[in-house]
Design a protein around this ligand. Structure first.
Ligand SMILES: Nc1ncnc2c1ncn2[C@@H]1O[C@H](COP(=O)(O)OP(=O)(O)OP(=O)(O)O)[C@@H](O)[C@H]1O
Length: 275
């Protein structure tokens, strides 16, 4: 018997003027699944993630998340839903001049209602929780350092610790490794997967690298021009099969070239990692 999905999207269309960013998208995500949204730039990945937390209204369709009809939520009920969904971004979005620990603590601001200036302003209980999350992401020894003194991969791990402060049921990650080198990318994706498995978190993560999607996702949902063109378990799937799907649906030489370039880069990275 299938469980109640944590995300249940049907017939979702989002238009920005004449641009159709999402067209009749259906996506059902079960508790604990790690779903990778895979697609070239502009395929609609970020738009879809924004819909999950009600950052924008859909043009049409249904978006149900954790049992709530997201487009109908406003005010306190929308904030309540968002507090159950952690978000990690490509550019980390840390406050550079604050310490690592303060950045993690900002993840609890919704619970505290209102800003806090300085470490002393946070309850000791939350500071201990934040230090625990920093330990979990391997950065306990950096707690009192300014965030901007860390590497990109470390900053993304701080952002993950910050998201964990919400004790989320879903983690959304929008191209979390797009600014990182291959080694840090792998580390961050491994960490997201480990944390999700430990905590029973549901993850929806957008990526444009086929290799990473196959290594770290349970399921791959391929988007192209706002439409779902692939929805399949990752295990047993080869890079060539993924690219074949994109190849079949590519409509222009330019698009095929972009796909080829991404595939070549993925193959190169894969062979470099294994040599
Ligand atoms: N606020 C907006 N206003 C107008 N058009 C938008 C807006 N947001 C997204 N779009 C358009 O919608 C389409 C999908 O964009 P989206 O950012 O969701 O793609 P993406 O797959 O996340 O791309 P990337 O990997 O580059 O982030 C694109 O054509 C984009 O230009």
């Amino acid at each position: 018997m299938s469980q109640t999905p944590v995300i249940d999207i049907e017939g979702l269309t989002k238009e920005y003027g004449r641009t159709v960013a999402l067209r009749d998208v259906a996506l059902r995500v079960e508790p604990g699944e790690i779903v990778v949204l895979l697609g070239l730039s502009g395929s609609g990945k970020s738009t879809l993630l924004r819909q999950v937390v009600g950052l924008e209204a859909p043009t049409s369709g249904r978006v149900r998340v954790l049992g709530e009809e997201v487009p109908s939520l406003t005010g306190r009920r929308l904030r309540a839903l968002r507090s159950r969904v952690g978000f990690v971004f490509q550019q980390f979005e840390l406050v550079p001049s604050l310490t690592v620990l303060e950045n993690v603590l900002t993840g609890a601001l919704a619970e505290l209602r209102g800003p806090r200036l300085g470490l002393w302003a946070y309850p000791r209980r939350l500071k201990l929780v934040a230090l625990g999350h920093l330990d979990r992401v391997g950065l306990l020894d950096r707690a009192y350092q300014r965030a901007d003194t860390l590497s990109g991969g470390q900053q993304q791990r701080v952002a993950i610790a910050r998201a964990l402060m919400q004790n989320p049921e879903i983690l959304l990650a929008d191209e979390p490794v797009a600014s990182l080198d291959p080694e840090s990318s792998d580390q961050v994706m491994a960490l997201i997967r480990e944390i999700a498995m430990d905590a029973g978190l549901t993850v929806v993560c957008s990526l444009h690298q086929v290799d990473l999607a196959l290594s770290w996702g349970d399921r791959i949902v391929g988007l192209r021009h706002g439409e779902v063109v692939l929805d399949t378990p990752a295990s047993g799937l080869s890079k060539t099969q993924v690219m074949e799907v994109y190849g079949r649906v590519a409509t222009s030489t330019g698009e095929l070239q972009a796909i080829d370039t991404e595939l070549a880069a993925a193959v190169q990275l894969g062979s470099a990692a294994h040599s």
